[in-house]
Design a protein around this ligand. Sequence first.
Ligand SMILES: Nc1nc2c(c(=O)[nH]1)N[C@H]1C(S)=C(S)[C@@H](COP(=O)(O)O)O[C@H]1N2
Ligand SMILES: [Mo]
Length: 374
Amino acid sequence: MQDKPKLGFDLSAKKGLSLLGETPLVAETPEELLDDETTPIARFFVRNNGLLPEPAGDPEAWAFTIDGEVEHPLRLTLAELKSRFPHKTFRMVLECGGNGRSFFEPKAEGNAWTNGGAGCAEWTGVSLGDVLRAAGLKDIALFTGHFGADPDKHGSHEQQAMSRGMPIAKALEEHTLLVWAMNGEPLPFIHGGPLRLIVPGWPGSLSQKWLTRIWICDREHDGPGMTGLSYRLPVHPLAPGSDGRGVETRILESMPVRSIVTAPADGARYREGTRSIEVRGAAWAGDDTVTRVDVTLDGGATWVEATMTRPRNRYDWVRWHVSLPLTGDGYYEIFARATDSRGRAQPFRAANWNPNGYGCNVMHRVAITVGPEA
Ligand SMILES: Nc1nc2c(c(=O)[nH]1)N[C@H]1C(S)=C(S)[C@@H](COP(=O)(O)O)O[C@H]1N2
Ligand SMILES: [Mo]
């Protein structure tokens, strides 16, 4: 990817990502570059909804507030946060709510993610719940509202680029973190450093970067990203292509089960006479777990179950691999299908079409050729 000074960020730090948008800056990771157990920072996708904020001078002095429906409103610097609360490190998937959007037919509104609006990093910080307990949640506390230092896409600080929130129960989960380190390094600026939220399993938009404030509300938060069709799904399935005006919606919470093939890469060619191939990838399932991954080479007529690794902790992805016999030279399409702990598997075709294109988890398809071009 080329560096463009107007982006305000040196993209040469990101290796092999596909640029989906320049202003705001959005870049995804081709599936075959998600082949590591822990996604390196250099390969981790980037999603901004506004422009970049001013980088922090002294990261330890970065401050954020917790206010609203709490007994003791708090203002904490990063240094205070680190010294007052127990540190936690978890490897967890961060995934954009629009991941997979480009597979909807007809096209849905928004960035045309394939499957690369996701990555799995080691996040270090403190549980948001520990900090909320220190602030003392009032009985009427129902929802969070998140604020960051970035201006909106027109450069204005009047309006948040994005300000989402979650029910208190999700905020109190041990794995919902205030994070200052990624893969053991200080949280990079482009990923929200010095301080961000990580709300695993739910749309990435909840994981506020450059965090300045968490507002505790007695009702659902209504910032940009919470209303209209933003991060909402129709309650009743819509005909593909409908404008969705006036339909009843619900907030998209847990992300649906997804698997990706990380090797071979789409378009790979094997030597003539190859009679078996190694296929590997990753799978994850929002708040749920992955119970199996199956792979087919014949459009779903026959399936082979893959071997999965044990996730390190909740919200980690599983890595899977399988060896597949080939009947002869020629063209093959690999499809991988993960199933979650509630028995839901990935669909063959993009299902649940919605105008803003959320939650598309159609099976990943990788085409390969064995021997000379057919
Ligand atoms: N302050 C702020 N936080 C934000 C956003 C943003 O635009 N501004 N984008 C959100 C979205 S939509 C996603 S998917 C994730 C992406 O995080 P990353 O850029 O570190 O991959 O950040 C979220 N947090
Ligand atoms: Mo996102």
